[in-house]
Design a binder for this molecule. Sequence first.
Ligand SMILES: Cc1ncc(COP(=O)(O)O)c(C=O)c1O
Length: 485
Amino acid sequence: MSTTQQYAISEYHNTDEIYARLKELVAQPLRPIRRDRMQDFLRYFEMQCVRSKALTDEAKQYIPGGVQHNLAFNYPFPLAVEKACGAYMWDVDGNRYIDFLQAGGPTVLGSNYAPVREKVFELLQNCGPVTGLFHEYELKLAQLINHYMPSIEMFRMLGSGTESVMAAIRAARAFTGKKKVIKVGGAYHGWSDQMVYGLHVPGTGRREATGIPRGASAHTQEFFPNDLGHLRRLLMLNRVRGGTAAVIVEPVGPESGTRPVPRDFNQHVRELCDEFGALLIFDEVVTGFRLGMGSAQGYFDVKPDLTIFGKCITGGYPMAGGVGGRRDVLMRFAAGIGGTGERAYIGGTLSANPLSCVAGYYALLEMERTNAAVIAGRAGDRLTRGLQQIIEKYHLPFVAYNQGSIVHLETSGVMLLDMRHPIKLLRELKPRKHMIEEMGAAYMSQGLITLAGSRMYTSLVDTDDVIDEALNRFETVLSSVEGVT
Ligand SMILES: Cc1ncc(COP(=O)(O)O)c(C=O)c1O
């Protein structure tokens, strides 16, 4: 391995081969865990997670569904976590887990990384978390982002990825004077009214838009993953329907690369945006700094007009979000007399508070100093290779692949269903979803926290020993699948 590697991805995956394998997986009957083994795995929760159960049961009285976060995996019930450090988490019953959830992605340095925590403490002693006025760390963070990612000429910090997507779309519309926004079917760009559209399952449009008036997503459109012909058709039609303000993509593919893209995909989208006068927005909430200091746009060598940040931008500390990009577009946000043209209104009491900025600033510096993205990527490669070997050893139809420190393990293929096959979708969505819940619970019973049973984020602190220990645990689960003798 070259020591000059800059990005987390050591070798780009063979996208066609992954799709061929995923297609085969989805065409086959489910291969869940054997019932007797599943009972064993579930017994763990009953016996070893008594306090978690009591706490989260009580929480159901006060918190809708008992948890505040969609990722707090809740089959058979959510765990209550007490301690997190480096590669591990401990629940309130004292059980230790290898943490591949990584809070959904922000902690590339590992959990509760001490050098950043100390800087946060220092700032809190002096100024507390918020004043409402300018703090030098706002400038330092914006300068640092510009240093690593030259396309970010200006940066406006916000509270979350969701807010930042809203702001970017508003700026794009204000700047171009056009209305339509095109996303990839199945992609998640936060939960704003306009983006709860074609969520998770491509082609489903407003299926999840409960509580959202039609008008709110009337100008949102989706194109089928990787279908550039479909994107072109939409762009052409939009010419006579109010024009396209922006195309928004996750550069590794929807759901952090769960539906991976060919390597030249982003370049083609860039060209189409240029041809039709639409802005290109990269949603780098997950990939920003996780793929390297230059993020996905550096890796793919494609320059978006606007970039969405979240997660890593504050190193796991609160209020993680921001929009960056072209000066002429970003100036649409300018407050006060410096503003140009019509202002795209945004705000936020806690946006760019000193705590978030200091955390982000030192987290980015530490990521560069430690080469965190590349090391996390190597851990992702080792985990993926190990999973592929287990899959081969037991002749399983499952598929493991990675984009550096973003590791996918598809066992039920639920994320690959779509509206092009509506009957299959209707028939199989529920059982495939349930299987993935069971897989997630089984991994958890073996001391492995994954993201919804099918994704793992690795970090700087995932040494070979941590990964090898994890692989032994994965093997316990994967060798318990129906049909393995
Ligand atoms: C690609 C992507 N965009 C946007 C968001 C929304 O960010 P936030 O949860 O900070 O609102 C997420 C969150 O997971 C995401 O993965």
